[in-house]
Structures are given as C-alpha cells and as structure tokens.
Design a protein around this ligand. Structure first.
Ligand SMILES: C[S@@+](CC[C@H](N)C(=O)[O-])C[C@H]1O[C@@H](n2cnc3c(N)ncnc32)[C@H](O)[C@@H]1O
Length: 224
C-alpha cells in the first residue's frame, strides 16, 4: 500500500492479502495513525496494528449489528478503533482499554485527528482483569480483543458476559505464527489460543468462525 503518509511498510503482504488490504482503503487520518503505530512497533517492539482488511471486517461486523456500544481490548494506537467507529452507529460509543498509557495517548490522538467527537470514545487505562468488572453485562454489541491471548484467556467468561444476544466476540491474532494448528506447539501462547478457540467452538450459545485474514480473526456471535 502506497500513500501520502509514507511508503509501504516492509513485510507488506502480496497477492490476495495485498488485494484485500488495498480494497480496504484508509483515510489520511487512519494512515497517519497506522504509520505512527508501525513506527512505534519498529522502535519499541510494540505489537503492530490490525491490517486494513481486518479493520474493514471489524467495520462490517459493527455495521451489520448497528453497533452502538463496542469494547476494544488493547486499544493500541487506535487503528482498529477507527475502523470500528466507522462501522458503528453515528451515536455509538467505543470503550477502548489498554495497559500502556502511551498507547492510550496515541489512540486519543488518532480519534481526535479523525474528528471523532470526544463523547464517542471512552479510553480506560488497565488490564482486562481490572476493567472488565466495571463494564455492564449484556450491554455491548461487539467486544474486540487484540493483545496477548494469555492476558485475556482467563477472562473469557467475563468477556462473553458483556455481549448482548446477537452481539459478537472478535479475537485477533490466533493464526499469527501457525502454532494453534500445530499439535506439537506447546508454548503458552499457542496453548492459550487453542483453549480460547475450543471454548467458543464448544459453547452452544455461540455461532463461530475463523477468518484467515491478517493474523487471523476468531468471530463468535451470541445466538439471540
Ligand atoms: C496489537 S496491539 C493493539 C493494536 C490495535 N488493535 C490496533 O489495531 O490499533 C496490543 C495492545 O494490547 C495492549 N496490552 C497488552 N497486554 C495488555 C494487558 N494485560 N492489559 C491491557 N492492555 C494490554 C498493548 O499495550 C498494546 O497496545
């Protein structure tokens, strides 16, 4: 992807993945947030933002449910948040949490530059374990998780409790290194992803799918 905001990052996808990303054109403000997040990833080793095709999928999921209330766990620099806001109702509120104040500042900047009214975002510092108990059960249309699975796998029941019937849990990153599909991979991250995927697949109140875009999306929708 080439843009006025800078050259394509190294390691950019090719072929079908590149087409999927190019289809999901980003605004100059989204591109600026993406380039800041990628620069931070290069400089500090922070995880990269979601790919454009993943962002567009988040927007579609939010739009298809006329989402008014969305939670983003691991706000990062706000790239995914901007896509979610794009799909949500114009009066919808995005609650974004992160355990790194610098990431929350970056997300606030991204939302401000994109002209998002301050009342449409709620930025909360903390871990899922600290913040989830303060959120209202069955009040959210979409709960999006993007961060180390070990950080929220233990919170899975609490995450599902937040979602209204018809709403969705969306987890990003389960296909990142192929460990989930490799039975011999016993590293903690692969084990956590396997456990999350197994739990949602076996839950008869959920309809779920794995979408092989970006680093992989696990989508689980609560039956109405
Ligand atoms: C992959 S980045 C999120 C990128 C974001 N979804 C985007 O596309 O802009 C993961 C984020 O999770 C946050 N994080 C990691 N562990 C956390 C924890 N235990 N509690 C809260 N946030 C955490 C990191 O600070 C980081 O900003």
């Amino acid at each position: 992807m080439t843009s006025a905001a800078g050259p394509p990052p190294t390691g950019s996808p090719t072929g079908a993945a590149a087409y999927a990303d190019s289809f999901a054109a980003e605004t100059p403000e989204q591109l600026a947030a993406r380039h800041r997040a990628l620069a931070s990833a290069t400089a500090f080793g922070t995880p990269p933002p979601v790919e454009p095709a993943v962002g567009a999928t988040l927007a579609v999921l939010a739009a298809s449910g006329s989402a008014r209330s969305v939670v983003s766990i691991g706000s990062g620099g706000g790239v995914a948040g901007l896509w979610l806001l794009q799909g949500m109702r114009s009066d919808g509120v995005l609650t974004a949490l992160d355990g790194d104040p610098a990431e929350l500042r970056a997300a606030r900047r991204a939302f401000g530059e994109a002209g998002i009214p301050s009342g449409r975002t709620r930025l909360i510092f903390g871990t899922p374990g600290e913040v989830l108990p303060r959120l209202s059960p069955t009040a959210y249309d979409v709960v999006f998780c993007d961060g180390p699975p070990l950080e929220y796998s233990a919170q899975l029941a609490g995450l599902l409790d937040l979602i209204r019937p018809g709403g969705s849990l969306v987890c990003h990153g389960l296909l990142a290194d192929g460990g989930i599909a490799d039975r011999s991979a016993r590293d903690p991250q692969s084990v956590a992803w396997r456990e999350i995927a197994r739990t949602v697949r076996e839950d008869e109140t959920l309809t779920c799918a794995v979408l092989p875009i970006g680093a992989g999306l696990l989508v689980a929708t609560k039956r109405a």
